[in-house]
Design a protein around this ligand. Structure first.
Ligand code: SF4
Ligand code: SF4
Length: 97
């Protein structure tokens, strides 16, 4: 998965993430992504590319292990179709390297 910042550096290299075994992100209604959401903006507004469109399974794939908790999700999905919450205590991103 490529980087996309102008300097070609991913934000992921500036953080550490304690990954929970449970995802803190899920799609509410998969059919909405397929039938309603033509442009699938989640696949480009997320700064660390958590979301991608999987052609084979015909659905959005979520790699929650890359989430830097920027909180764009609740506002970026035009259908409010993402259930996002902070990771459980002790898990998630750490910006102090
Ligand atoms: S932006 Fe929302 S509705 Fe559209 S594909 Fe992503 S999660 Fe689905
Ligand atoms: S909170 Fe930010 S980094 Fe995490 S999935 Fe949403 S847009 Fe991506």
């Amino acid at each position: 998965m490529g980087n996309f910042l102008k300097n070609n550096q991913s934000p992921l290299q500036y953080v550490t993430i304690e990954v929970d075994e449970e995802s803190h992100i899920e799609i509410k209604e998969k059919d909405v992504c397929i039938t309603e959401c033509e442009n699938k903006p989640c696949t480009y507004y997320c700064p660390t590319r958590v979301y991608s469109w999987d052609q084979e399974s015909n659905k959005i794939k979520i790699d929650y292990t890359r989430c830097i908790e920027c909180m764009a999700c609740p506002y970026g999905c035009p259908y409010r179709n993402i259930n996002w919450h902070f990771p459980r205590g002790g898990y998630g991103v750490n910006y102090q390297l």
